[in-house]
Design a protein around this ligand. Structure first.
Ligand SMILES: NC(=O)c1ccc[n+]([C@@H]2O[C@H](COP(=O)([O-])OP(=O)(O)OC[C@H]3O[C@@H](n4cnc5c(N)ncnc54)[C@H](OP(=O)(O)O)[C@@H]3O)[C@@H](O)[C@H]2O)c1
Length: 256
């Protein structure tokens, strides 16, 4: 028995137009899942869907703005219409506000980051749970993409790091409250990997010094997340809920 197999499972993933979500969609499809990809940049989503379907996978692209409740509702209903009950919801969409301190951000920065990184996760998870209950789906699985900034204290990542710390707590509380519905809720907390979200930091002048603070002396690669992702999405994690898995080359243990 392959515990990590996703054969027969359907997975809806937010923020699949670039970075992690784009990569995850391919990994999940290769492992046998039918994947619904959501994001605002539809051209990028459609391109990825074609790649996955062309390689023999099953994928569909659905327009999604996680800051819009109707769009979230449509995303999950449409995913379900195409693939049937959604076994796993991956809340991956996320944004940052640039290299700013708490004194530099304004109301707009705060709302933009918190609405996308935190409020949208609650909103999508709530709709997902309601849909599961309405249709008497006996099991469900939510995977939130947090970050090691939830734990590390670093200057200039406010309010991003605060939103991710709150997401870890939200994961725990949702796990506690949804266990009675058969829904598991866990999170993945990656370290630093080059994408549009981390570009400013990883390509900035402090990059070399920064990497020396990672015990494994390198930034992460997308594929470093594949194992933990497959574990959380599959039955390999069937007795896990409320957990956050850190994947960071030891960065949390660093002295610097
Ligand atoms: N890169 C890292 O080092 C790192 C480390 C830890 C955690 N993370 C987390 O990983 C997740 C993915 O980020 P990434 O690094 O892959 O960056 P990315 O390449 O910029 O991807 C972010 C994704 O979020 C989507 N998104 C943003 N706002 C959205 C909205 N309102 N509605 C729907 N989708 C939205 C974007 O799609 P559209 O713009 O097309 O809508 C895009 O697909 C984020 O939660 C991020 O915080 C990243």
């Amino acid at each position: 028995m392959d515990l990590f197999s996703l054969k027969g499972k359907s997975i809806a993933i937010t923020g699949a137009s670039s970075g992690f979500g784009h990569h995850f969609a391919g990994v999940l499809a290769e492992s046998g899942a039918s994947v619904a990809l959501g994001a605002r940049r539809l051209d990028k989503i459609e391109h990825r869907v074609q790649e996955i379907n062309g390689a023999g996978g099953k994928a569909v692209g659905i327009p999604l703005d996680v800051r819009d409740i109707k769009s979230c509702q449509f995303f999950l209903e449409e995913s379900r219409r195409v693939f049937g009950p959604i076994d796993v919801l991956i809340n991956n969409a996320g944004v940052e506000a640039g290299a700013k301190t708490y004194a530099m951000i304004d109301e707009e920065d705060w709302d933009y980051v918190f609405e996308t990184n935190l409020k949208a996760v609650w909103r999508l998870s709530k709709i997902y749970t309601e849909l599961n209950l309405e249709t008497e789906q006996s099991e469900g699985n939510i995977v939130n993409v947090a970050s090691i900034t939830a734990y590390r204290t670093i200057k200039g990542q406010f309010p991003y790091a605060v939103s991710k710390a709150a997401l870890v707590k939200a994961t725990e509380i949702m796990a506690l409250e949804s266990a009675k519905f058969g829904i598991r809720v866990n999170a993945l907390a990656p370290g630093y990997i080059l994408t549009d979200v981390s570009r400013l930091l990883l390509e900035g002048e402090k990059s070399e010094t920064f990497v020396k603070g990672i015990p494994m002396r390198r930034y992460g690669e997308f594929s470093d997340l594949d194992g933990p992702l497959l574990m959380l999405c599959s039955d390999a994690s069937r007795y896990m809920t409320g957990s956050t898995i850190v994947v960071d080359g030891g960065h949390l243990c660093a002295e610097l």
